[in-house]
Design a protein around this ligand. Structure first.
Ligand code: BGC
Length: 834
């Protein structure tokens, strides 16, 4: 990627544009004009710059299903591929989507670390390891930007949990900050130069990040030479002077921010130097030039040089299969042999053979995590759809729910035909809009029909619902306000919902609240209305309308659901149970309370496994869950949040058309209590990273118990033998390995290094060994293959706080080739000199 800042023609152009802007225009350019964009400045030929989340798809400027997005597997899944080239392809597809939607900046990737499995956005970050995070992030950013779209590294920095997320002050010692939390930012910036970095909500060591001059200017600019734009997380900029002086370039979202007119005023009053504003404006102009939004500036990637279009659907499916982690596969149950699935079941003479597919998520797949990472998929292939399409004609396939995911209210979509009606105080209709999933997310400036926000008095979400099943249907509301909910003429809820939750984005990102049930008859339409009589929400500078209707169909009693599942498992040849977390478990905005699966899913798995020894459990979760039954089932396949093609990918893997190639990017504990680092609750506003750099496998090495599955772990459908390892003085390691199994396959060669003799090793405390390199490889049965992995200098350095510099720790190091963090195979030694 050319470094445009080095190009004098660019510099000239930017200087000339800057010189033509008055203070007011410059200050305006540093502030969002609405939720997602910066203003156009026609006087210098600058077009408006549009941003969008990120990271699994490109949501676009709306927040509703009428603007669907190709939905890829979630970041933990992408990282489980351990394949930066695959991440690069993901980046290219997302850039393709961005171009389609007129988006210039993708607000991704999220490269914070998995410090605790309780972190609500764990699913949205890559790994507990900074090197793996950096490599996947580099691939992703490269793919996005080589296609002419800007990527955004977020959230800078130590934004690793959600509790008190706007105010929490994370106390992290300098060495830990450098070696762990800053490390992925540093490496990705050096390797792929993302054009934006997002400043986080939290504070670090006493200063909120949007005002953190030592990190945003000292480290990012002065040390790393970063030339991109620093944009605030949404609503994270709180103070005009401290933010601009602290190194923040852009305050989002608009239209009311601490920059814009407030910044111009601060300059006029002599409180901010105009040259500080100019520096930030130059960066926006450079970004705009790179994107082709500034007149006369050639974009960094001319249209003709963009990579060829990719088939997004096929790629979403491939990424999913490459991310699935096979955690257990007794007696090689997987892949299933489709030919035996058609025969009657021996165990139960009345049985019908085939597959009993069990679980709420088998039909209602959970394909992505909650919060700002939510996009609206174009269509979803559930496990049921995927298997149905892939199984040979005539193979029995039954689905039963098995367990009620107690908090499972979903957007009102299936069976609903709804529209929103906006009215003023006199009842006159100001605007109308169809609502495919009963969710409203409008900004004040862009109400349907151009309705005037100030005149708006009520919004009614109204229409019909045709139930698929009879019985008690539960209805709920999302968002804040005064609501009246009626179904079939009966009032289900009439009240005010204003929780004291300090999180101003809760109305947008928060889960629905159940309000009551109504008995309905299958197939008989009923009228539904949700009237919001004070629909306007204002959070700081944000003004809009955000609420919605949620619903859950009758599910049946828990005991009965489990008995149905057991009966189905008994009658089938193979039972596949899909267990899952829900939106109230894994989402932005709050941390998890525990790692247990919601509802009675653990009991369901135990009962099904007792009934059928051929039980496969599919874990549909973005982050670790406890699996108390893990030694009692035949197979466990972790599918993460697999994106819109998840069900198709699942069928590919279960039936052997594809191999599950994933390796855990994060340690999977047996229980929360046994997890060495899990604290996410601040005390007195402060969260201390007391464990210093010992998170993830680095912590487990010093811990009394072992995790359920270690970092790096994953089986496949073939076997591998590491046959030879050697290292040279240039820190290049060669590993020879052989596919000793019967089918072509893929694996990941992982290299861990550590002091050869820890007792005499010099330097500060370090883990026993740490990941220093890796390479995904593929080979045919019997084939030998060689990989060459260059170990970075940084693998042998520590941050020396006294000198404020990286220092090489000389000595003898063992380099282990390994299948995972605790299973080394071969080793060799490297002598590192200072
Ligand atoms: C999130 C960011 C996101 C932004 C815009 C914030 O709440 O932390 O990751 O990009 O919203 O949706």
């Amino acid at each position: 990627m050319p470094h445009l800042t080095d190009d004098p023609a660019y510099t000239d152009l930017i200087e000339r544009a800057l010189a033509r802007l008055d203070l007011g225009a410059k200050a305006r350019l540093l502030a969002g004009q609405d939720l997602w964009s910066l203003p156009a400045l026609p006087e210098i030929g600058l077009a408006s710059l549009v941003m969008s989340d990120g990271p699994v798809g490109v949501r676009g400027s709306g927040w509703t299903p009428d603007d669907p997005a190709l939905t890829l597997p979630s970041p933990t899944a992408l990282a489980a591929s351990w394949d930066p080239e695959l991440a690069r392809r993901a980046g290219r597809i997302l850039a393709q989507e961005a171009h389609r939607k007129g988006v210039h900046v993708l607000l991704a990737p999220t490269i914070n670390l998995h410090r605790s499995p309780l972190g609500g956005r764990h699913f949205e970050a890559y790994s507990e390891d900074p090197l793996l995070t950096a490599r996947i992030g580099t691939g992703y950013v490269t793919g996005v930007q080589e296609s002419g779209v800007a990527a955004t590294l977020k959230h800078f920095v130590a934004n690793d949990a959600e509790t008190e997320r706007f105010t929490v002050d994370n106390h992290v010692d300098e060495r830990t900050l450098r070696e762990l939390y800053l490390a992925p930012f540093e490496e990705i910036i050096a390797a792929a130069n993302p054009w934006l970095t997002m400043s986080a909500y939290n504070a670090v060591n006493g200063s909120t990040m949007t005002e953190h001059r030592p990190l945003q200017v000292g480290v990012l600019r002065d040390e790393w030479g970063y030339d991109g734009v620093v944009v605030s997380d949404w609503l994270a900029a709180r103070d005009t002077i401290r933010a601009i002086d602290g190194g923040l370039d852009v305050a989002m979202p608009g239209p009311h921010t601490v920059f814009g007119p407030a910044l111009a005023a601060a300059v006029r009053e002599g409180k901010v130097a105009e040259k500080t504003v100019d520096t930030a404006v130059r960066r926006i102009l450079l970004l705009a030039a790179r994107l082709g939004l500034l007149a006369d500036a050639a974009p960094a990637v001319p249209d003709a040089l963009r990579p060829a279009p990719v088939d997004g659907t096929a790629c979403a499916r491939e990424i999913a299969t490459r991310s699935f982690v096979l955690l257990r596969n007794e007696r090689q149950l997987l892949p299933l042999d489709p030919s035996r699935l058609g025969s009657p079941r021996a165990l139960d003479p009345a049985g019908i053979g085939g597959i009993a597919l069990i679980g709420h998520a088998a039909r209602h797949a959970r394909i992505l995590g909650g919060g700002s990472a939510t996009v609206f998929p174009r269509s979803v292939v559930s496990p049921l759809d995927g298997l149905r399409a892939a199984l040979p004609e005539g193979t029995p396939l039954t689905w039963v729910r098995g367990a009620d995911l107690s908090d499972g209210l979903s957007p009102a979509s299936d069976g609903f035909t709804l529209r929103a009606v906006l009215r003023d105080a006199s009842g006159t209709v100001l605007g109308e809009q169809p609502l495919p999933d009963g969710r409203i997310r409008w900004m004040a400036e862009t109400l349907p029909g151009g309705a005037d926000f100030d005149a708006l008095e009520t919004v009614e979400l109204v229409g019909t619902f045709v139930p698929r099943t009879g019985g008690p249907h539960e209805f709920g509301t999302r968002g804040l306000g005064t609501f009246r909910l009626t179904v079939d003429g009966a009032t289900v809820y009439d009240g005010v919902h204003r929780p004291t939750d300090a999180d101003p984005l809760a109305a947008i990102t928060g889960p629905p609240v159940p309000r009551g049930a109504v008995d309905l008859t299958a197939g008989e339409p009923v009228e539904v209305s949700l009237l919001a009589s004070d629909p306007k929400t204002t959070y700081g500078s944000l003004r809009g309308v955000t609420f919605g209707l949620a619903h859950r169909e009758p599910i049946g009693e828990d005991d009965q659901l489990i008995e149905e599942a057991v009966a189905a498992a008994l009658a089938a040849d193979t039972a596949i149970v899909v267990v899952a977390t829900t939106e109230t478990v894994e989402s932005e905005g709050f941390d998890r309370a525990g790692l247990r699966l919601p509802g009675r899913q653990d009991e369901l798995v135990a009962r099904v496994a007792a009934a059928n020894s051929r039980t496969v459990v599919v874990v549909n979760a973005g982050a670790p869950v406890e699996m108390p039954w893990r030694d009692d089932v035949a197979a466990i396949l972790l599918t993460w949040f697999p994106g819109e093609q998840g069900g198709a990918a699942l069928a590919d893997v279960l039936l052997g058309d594809a191999e599950p190639c994933g390796r855990l990017p994060t340690t999977w504990p047996a229980t929360l209590d046994e997890t060495p680092v899990h604290q996410v609750t601040p005390h007195g506003g402060v969260l201390r990273y007391e464990e210093e750099g010992f998170i993830g496998y680095r912590a487990w090495q010093r811990h009394s118990s072992a995790p359920a599955y270690p970092f790096g772990f994953g089986l496949g459908y073939t076997d591998w033998q590491h046959e030879h390892i050697e290292a040279d003085d240039a820190r290049t390691v060669r590993v020879q390995l052989r596919n000793t199994g019967a089918r072509p396959g893929r694996t990941v060669v992982q290299l861990y290094v550590g002091p050869a003799d820890p007792a005499t090793a010099s330097g500060p405390p370090r883990p026993d060994r740490w990941l220093a390199g890796f390479a995904p490889v593929a080979a045919d049965p019997g084939q030998t293959t060689d990989v060459e992995i260059a170990l970075p200098e940084r693998a042998f350095q520590v941050w020396d706080t006294a000198s404020g510099a990286w220092t090489m720790i000389p000595g003898r190091y063992t380099v282990h080739a390994a299948h995972d963090a605790v299973t080394p195979t071969l080793s060799t030694e490297l002598h590192i000199t200072g």
